[in-house]
Design a protein around this ligand. Structure first.
Ligand SMILES: Cc1cc2nc3c(=O)[nH]c(=O)nc-3n(C[C@H](O)[C@H](O)[C@H](O)COP(=O)(O)OP(=O)(O)OC[C@H]3O[C@@H](n4cnc5c(N)ncnc54)[C@H](O)[C@@H]3O)c2cc1C
Ligand code: FES
Length: 265
């Protein structure tokens, strides 16, 4: 029997610093996956962490990583040509195939924008299959904005709204100042034939859901990526359970009506 915990080796093709505590690794991996799914990424002798796909390409895989602890700090020291280990892809991502024909509202905050980059790259590839595409991306400050080099390209294709919480001293970036939730609240979003895809801090998600409901969105028009502590990543250990659902196997992306009573547990 195949050992599900056995990882495979991947090589770093490039390392890109996105902000003072966030970086993107491009790996020489070609694997079929859905936007929103994740890999278990490890370094021998250090540990393993779940990291979402931050790309949608048949040539490589990108992971965008926030340095918060043991594994992520060690990954930040990797250079081009270094090796790491991965298991996956795991979990259920955003159901992009089912959402074709709809207006997409893509909403992310901080490092939660990483998995949404995978969604955006999917939509770039299949743009004609979707209706209007609107992005709301919120960051703490201009220095914390991720994927700066992609933003100008996205602005040519989609309606992109970016905000920073802190007023910058000086910037050439076209950003609004204030919480992204305020921008969303002020926007005229039509709920008809629309879905919202989100990832970010729970407090931001909770505010956005309330705003969307006030604008007429139903629970089944909202998709949220949930974060829970994980261990096995494959529905065995029970670490990531949300009331009978395994975040690693049944999520991490859930339709809001599936978890709304438990998401803050
Ligand atoms: C499905 C999924 C996808 C993810 N995708 C990404 C991604 O694309 N990029 C990224 O940077 N991070 C992502 N994360 C978060 C990342 O896995 C954790 O930050 C990781 O465990 C950090 O490992 P570490 O050893 O560096 O830090 P640790 O030393 O393990 O922890 C640092 C701190 O973070 C807390 N923590 C660890 N894991 C979690 C968690 N899952 N939820 C809440 N708090 C936690 C710990 O309690 C501790 O306080 C994802 C998590 C999940 C569950
Ligand atoms: S992480 Fe083990 S069951 Fe989900």
């Amino acid at each position: 029997m195949k050992n599900p915990y056995l990882p495979r080796e991947a090589k770093v093709i490039s390392f890109k610093r996105e902000s003072s505590d966030n970086f993107t690794l491009r790996l020489n991996l070609k694997m079929k996956h859905e936007p929103g799914q994740f890999l278990q990424v490890s370094l021998p002798g250090i540990g393993e962490a779940p990291i979402s796909f931050a790309s949608y390409s048949d040539k490589h895989v990108e992971l965008s990583i926030h340095e918060v602890g043991n594994v992520t700090n060690a990954l930040a020291k990797l250079k081009k040509g270094d090796k790491l280990l991965v298991r996956g892809p795991y979990g259920k991502g955003y159901p992009m195939e089912e959402l074709k024909g709809k207006n997409l509202i893509i909403m992310g905050g901080g490092c939660g924008v990483a998995p949404l980059k995978g969604v955006i790259e999917y939509v770039e590839k299949f743009k004609k299959d979707f209706d209007d595409i609107i992005l709301f991306l919120g960051f703490r400050s201009v220095d914390d904005i991720l994927f700066k080099d992609h933003l100008s390209k996205w602005k040519k294709k989609f309606c992109v709204n970016t905000s920073v919480d802190k007023r910058p001293v000086k910037t050439c970036f076209d950003v609004k100042v204030g919480f992204i939730t305020k921008l969303i609240e002020k926007s005229r979003l039509k709920s008809e034939n629309s879905v919202a895809l989100m990832c970010g801090p729970p407090i931001m998600i909770n505010f956005i859901i309330k705003i969307l409901k006030d604008k007429g969105f139903k629970d089944n028009q909202i998709f949220v990526s949930a974060e829970r502590m994980m261990n096995c990543g494959i529905g065995i250990c029970g670490h990531c359970m949300i009331h009978g659902k395994y975040t690693c196997r049944d999520g991490p992306v859930f339709r809001y009506d599936e978890i709304k009573d438990y998401q803050n547990d």
